[in-house]
Design a protein around this ligand. Structure first.
Ligand code: IMP
Ligand code: MG
Length: 170
């Protein structure tokens, strides 16, 4: 598979990430904030976003997987081993892309059962046409059509994560 074209340019990502960081810093000022990133796709988004957040925050990682190549398997596996007591934090889940919604829905269920002070979601990309589970993110940076996106952390069979922009595959 090859890159067909750019969907979101590097400078447009940077602008939106900066704006999101500002909004989060305002909304969570004075509150214990825990950013939980969904590996691996969200690792670059989280790294950039947390540096645009000007209030104290903690960071945790969760591993979730539902794709094999460019196909959603429908089976979502989630693994987490967070050291924080989640009931003491406002949790903001940092996702790379919201597709069918299965991953996020499973994750939110697990996190809710830990009784966080609040639970919200920020996603870099949203493909609303593909939704199977009815679910929306609290913040979405870019809404895209039904195509397979790579770059800025997103992969196809572990490749292309290091592209500094978001591209469409053939
Ligand atoms: P969902 O459970 O179907 O919403 O899938 C969410 C996960 O599938 C994301 O966190 C990604 O890891 C992966 N995914 C969905 N669409 C794409 C895409 O266009 N490119 C790369 N990964 C994707
Ligand atoms: Mg992912």
């Amino acid at each position: 598979m090859n890159i067909r074209g750019t969907i979101v340019k590097q400078e447009d990502i940077a602008l939106k990430v900066r704006e999101a960081g500002r909004l989060i810093s305002e909304e969570y000022a004075g509150k214990p904030l825990l950013l939980i990133s969904v590996l691996k796709g969200a690792f670059i988004f989280l790294a950039d976003l947390c540096r645009e957040i000007t209030i104290p925050c903690e960071i945790g990682f969760i591993a979730a997987k539902s794709y094999s190549g460019t196909e959603s398997t429908g089976n979502v596996s989630v693994a987490f081993n967070l050291k924080q007591d989640l009931s003491k934090f406002h949790i903001l889940v940092v996702e790379d892309i919201l597709d069918t919604g299965r991953t996020l829905s499973k994750l939110l269920g697990l996190l809710k059962s830990e009784n966080p002070l609040s639970l919200k979601v920020i996603t870099l990309l949203d493909k609303p046409e593909r939704r199977v589970v009815s679910l929306e993110a609290d913040y979405t940076l870019f809404t895209i059509p039904d195509l397979f996106a790579v770059g800025y952390g997103l992969d196809c069979d572990e490749k292309y994560r290091n592209l500094p922009y978001i591209a469409e595959l053939d």
